[in-house]
Write a protein that binds this ligand. Structure first.
Ligand code: DDQ
Ligand code: CA
Length: 255
């Protein structure tokens, strides 16, 4: 385990204990909370035109869903074939693009009907997925984020994510928020704020106090994962795998 990953873990566990690191640590305030399906092993989450879209993992249980924010009700859902473990999800035009964990297969779905329109292949693992209006951005468990052409799904560039020069891996669910990339660090309550151009981590957001049951269920796998942003109303939503709530949060500097 590298030093910075250990720092992220510590941040989650002991709150202010290691906040003296050179990078800023941010806290959060809960604005509102909404119900979330406790059967959803959340891998991808995004907000688009008043609704949430979510992908869930675990073989045989993977799906993509359209979810009503206020009630948490699943409005529409489609199963991903059982041999695949659903991973990151993003929206591109009138499609949803989803990754799978270790099967090197991505899917393109119609945003309205959820009909599977096509598949594509990529090397390595598929973890998180987001987009910046120009490229898709994927994580794969390493410290690398790949930028993909949204038409061909071929890699156009990559960045190495570092904190003070040290590579940070385990980057999971992603979201572009006001030009930065937010990344959940797997098995922690920490979100890293990443500079898209350089890969440098600009700061940590410590969600250690958000959901006390995080990481205590399903053999420790009910961890924080799921970041969605409503760019119009500047609302940030976070949740976790099997969590009962989705939280709208405001990020504030640590005092
Ligand atoms: N990934 O999302 C980090 C890429 C993979 C998560 C794998 C979690 C396996 C959970 C198995 C739970 C069985 C009790
Ligand atoms: Ca997301």
């Amino acid at each position: 385990m590298n030093k910075i990953y250990a720092q992220a873990l510590l941040l989650s566990a002991f709150l202010p204990a290691v906040a003296s690191a050179a990078l800023p640590t941010y806290d959060f305030k809960v604005v509102r909370s909404y119900p979330h399906d406790t059967q959803a092993f959340t891998e991808g989450l995004l907000y688009r035109d008043g609704v949430l879209y979510e992908s869930t993992g675990l073989n045989g249980k993977s799906s993509i869903r359209k979810v009503d924010l206020a009630s948490g009700k699943v409005l529409q859902s489609k199963d991903i074939p059982p041999q695949y473990f659903g991973e990151g999800l993003t929206v591109w035009g009138d499609t949803l693009v989803g990754l799978t964990w270790q099967t090197q297969t991505g899917f393109v779905f119609d945003l309205k009907t959820f009909e599977m329109k096509s598949q594509f292949a990529y090397p390595g693992e598929g973890w998180g997925l987001t987009q910046n209006g120009k490229e898709l951005i994927m994580s794969d468990g390493t410290a690398t984020l790949r930028f993909l052409d949204p038409k061909t799904f071929l890699e156009v560039r990559r960045i190495k994510v570092t904190a003070e020069g040290i590579a940070v891996d385990q980057l999971n669910e992603l979201e572009v928020v006001e030009g930065e990339i937010y990344a959940n660090i797997w098995h922690t309550n920490t979100i890293a704020r990443i500079d898209q151009a350089t890969g440098k981590i600009l700061g940590w957001i410590d969600f250690g106090k958000l959901y006390p049951e995080a990481g205590k269920g399903l053999n420790g796998e009910n961890v924080m994962n799921g970041i969605a942003y409503d760019a119009e109303k500047k609302r940030l939503f976070v949740t976790g795998k099997l969590w009962p709530k989705i939280y709208e949060v405001k990020i504030v500097p640590r005092k």
